[in-house]
Design a protein around this ligand. Structure first.
Ligand code: PFF
Length: 478
């Protein structure tokens, strides 16, 4: 006999879970530095346009596929059309590769959380002034023989514990605690920053559209730079909305038929974008002030990658005097929750696929998946230390997993999904699924045009640009 599938307790629980998945390191760390790099307010505007059109289309499609098939990604596509089952297979590789390295980064965050808790509550200085200034605290940690794996393992086991408790008792309840705390802390820190003396210039830098980033070295408008900005925003949109990772299919499969997919998607987009914009308010003005104070070029201070969160921000917190450890503690607690809720959703996408394909219980599937994730995480955890000499195509393990998933597999899966839905399954069957809640779908026209014509072209452009960036063709290096 078929076991009854788990379900969310209501529409709000679903929105909260999907928003919790979407709001993660992408919002807190990737969005601010991309915005700073691509003309502040202009990047935000481009990003918003993409979210309400392109992001809307992809997210709605994934959730509808999940709810229609009542399956996770691995088996959903083959249930719809045998020959297109390969998308599910390819797509399942994505969360399996992302979850381990995302949890390793979660472990880094936990380590910083512990350091700031010690500094705030006991007055101890585990980071040390000199270590903060040189970034040695960070490099010392990630290259240590066991610590990065130990903290990553802690993070993985905590997520596994939540998954083991199930959809309602685990994922839903943990979100009910973590999400409000995350939101309140983000608002509190951003208010502190916005009202800091001298924050005005940084705010302007972040929010006012700056067209200079569209001008080439000779000062004339460059179409290539505009394309780069749009593609940068598009990549961020994928990352931030947790698209093409199987998460929205899985979460959609737990959704009740009477709930409105369209309304839910709009709400998820609002939450996700709001937190991304607030993250910029927390980070950009302080980093800007810090750059001016220390004479560092602003662009350099906003530098990409883990450096901003794990090296620059601790320097900034250290410069805030007695408040520093407390702001740091709040910030890293917020990041821990954001990373945990996203990691839980990635984990669930893997566990649900194992359950659906092997027809086994959640408990056994969670044990199996946890073991696999721990194994894969060891590569990323040790890749900067003990296995530092091992490189895959010139990349450390963590960077390689990130590249394979975000730059290659995700655009491929998204493009294949659009072609499949646009021309094989037909957009009407997605619209029918959306409308089975009893309400007509409002953005039908937009949806059909996007899924058939615009989205596939944009995704292929993203894929090509990512490959060029990886190969260093055409000056694509960000
Ligand atoms: N959407 C989440 C974030 O913005 O962090 C989760 C996530 C995105 C995880 C992309 C992993 C990833 F590669």
């Amino acid at each position: 006999m078929e076991k009854k599938r788990a379900s969310w307790s209501g529409q709000l629980a679903f929105v909260l879970a999907a928003a919790a998945s979407a709001i993660g390191l992408g919002n807190l760390w990737r969005f601010p530095y991309l915005a700073a790099q691509y003309g502040g307010g202009m990047f935000i505007l481009v990003y918003l346009c993409l979210v309400v059109t392109f992001g809307f289309t992809l997210m709605l499609t994934e959730i509808a596929i999940g709810r229609k098939t009542q399956q996770s990604q691995l088996t959903a596509y083959s249930k719809l059309h045998g020959a297109w089952g390969f998308i599910g297979l390819l797509g399942t590789v994505i969360p399996v590769l992302i979850t381990p390295y995302y949890c390793v980064i979660g472990g880094w965050v936990l380590y910083y959380l512990k350091a700031y808790a010690l500094m705030a509550f006991t007055g101890a200085a585990p980071m040390g002034e000199a270590a903060v200034n040189s970034g040695a605290f960070f490099s010392g940690f990630i290259s240590a023989p066991f610590a990065p794996f130990g903290y990553g393992m802690l993070f993985i086991l905590a997520c596994a514990g939540v998954i083991l408790l199930g959809v309602k008792n685990g994922i839903e309840k943990s979100n009910l605690v973590m999400m409000p705390v995350l939101f309140l802390m983000a608002v509190a820190i951003s208010l502190y920053v916005v009202f800091m003396p001298g924050a005005g210039d940084g705010l302007k830098y972040y929010l006012v559209p700056n067209m200079d980033c569209l001008r080439d070295s000779a000062g004339s408008f460059s179409l290539a730079l505009l394309a780069k900005t749009i593609l940068g925003a598009m990549g961020q949109m994928f990352y931030s909305l947790s698209l093409a990772m199987g998460i929205m299919i899985t979460y959609g499969s737990y959704m009740r038929k009477e709930d409105s997919i369209e309304k839910c998607v709009r709400r998820i987009e609002i939450f996700d974008t709001l937190i991304a914009v607030i993250a910029g308010l927390m980070i950009i003005p302080v980093v800007y002030l810090f750059a001016v104070k220390t004479g560092t070029p602003v662009k350099e201070a906003m530098n990409a990658g883990p450096g901003l969160m794990f090296i620059t921000l601790p320097k900034v917190f250290a410069s805030l005097g007695a408040f520093g450890p407390w702001i740091g503690l709040m910030f890293f607690l917020l990041v821990t929750f954001a990373a945990a809720t996203s990691a839980i959703s990635l984990f669930e996408a893997c566990v649900a696929s194992v359950c659906d394909v092997l027809h086994i219980e959640r408990k056994s599937a969670t044990f199996f998946t946890t073991a696999l994730i721990l194994f894969l995480a060891s590569f990323s955890a040790l890749g900067y230390g003990a296995w530092g000499d091992v490189k895959l195509f010139g990349m450390q393990f963590l960077d390689f997993f990130d590249f394979i998933t975000n730059s290659a597999l995700m655009p491929i899966v998204a493009a294949a999904t659009c072609v499949f839905v646009g021309y094989v399954l037909t957009p009407q069957s997605v619209i029918d699924e959306v409308e089975c809640s009893g309400r007509p779908m409002k953005s039908k026209g937009l949806y059909v045009v996007m899924v058939k014509y615009v989205a596939p072209v944009l995704v292929v452009a993203l894929l090509v640009s990512e490959i060029c960036r990886a190969l260093g063709i055409g000056g694509w290096k960000i």
